[in-house]
Design a protein around this ligand. Structure first.
Ligand SMILES: [Fe+2]
Length: 244
């Protein structure tokens, strides 16, 4: 079935057809994600955390009770968390030539940032983000944990489903979380994730837990005839809530 784009950045039906640049990448060979420690040094992490705290009050809660029926990318997954805009340091780190070099060296892709970045704050008991793939403008997400306090119960964590890259989201949902891989990011850990390919979610946080992450989205450069059908550009306001 031909994929259709019904909403900005959304691919309603799932078609597994990654471009050859993605299939040939080290990130794909690694299963669509890997985690590193120390991408940013301690002082930089502290500054980024401070920037996140400064952006929190002007951020907005993102709350949606039920996911839409999107099987592919984007759409509106159910959620409850706060989103804030990245500042000068966030952009300085993720939009830098050094970051681009890391992505080429570690992930084996040429990728460009598609926005100035955001912070997500899982700050209330039960905050979560339902199963989704990232929007068409976000082939790869770089997510760094800035705070991961321990709560009073099972913690909410990023959970990925690399075994389901060929499946629509309804199949992943039917399989359930026991088929997912929990990626419990600690402060200073960074995940490189093919978020437009690998289904993922953040499970509900518990009382007392707080999880703050810095996120930036990247488009992977492909040969022009294989680029996804994305003509529109997305304002940062949309990207803030679309790539988590
Ligand atoms: Fe995501």
């Amino acid at each position: 079935m031909q994929a259709s784009v019904e909403l900005p950045g959304t691919q309603r039906n799932w078609v597994f057809d990654p471009p050859p640049e993605v299939l040939a990448s080290r990130l794909f060979a690694a299963g669509g994600y890997f985690v590193v420690s120390g991408l940013f040094d301690r002082a930089t992490l502290d500054e980024l955390r401070a920037e996140a705290e400064a952006a929190r009050s002007e951020g907005a809660r993102q709350v949606l009770a039920e996911s839409d029926g999107v099987e592919g990318r984007g759409g509106s997954p159910a959620r409850a968390f706060r989103s804030g805009r990245g500042g000068a340091l966030h952009w300085g780190l993720h939009g830098s030539p050094d970051m681009q070099a890391r992505l080429e060296e570690w992930c084996g892709v040429t990728a460009m940032p598609t926005g100035s970045g955001s912070f997500s704050y899982y700050e209330q008991p039960g905050d979560f983000l339902s199963l989704h793939r990232d929007i068409l403008q976000c082939d790869m997400a770089v997510i760094t944990c800035l705070s991961a306090s321990v709560g009073d119960g099972p913690s909410g964590e990023l959970t990925v489903y690399p075994g389901f890259i060929r499946e629509p989201l309804s199949t992943v949902r039917a399989a359930g979380p026991r088929y997912g891989t929990v990626v419990a990011l600690q402060p200073g850990h960074t995940i490189f994730l093919l978020g437009g390919l690998v289904p993922h979610e953040v499970t509900p946080t518990c009382a007392g837990q707080e999880r703050i992450v810095a996120i930036n989205c990247f488009r992977i450069e492909t040969s022009s005839d294989r680029k996804p059908p994305v003509a529109e550009t997305m304002p940062d306001k949309v990207l803030e809530t679309a790539c988590r």
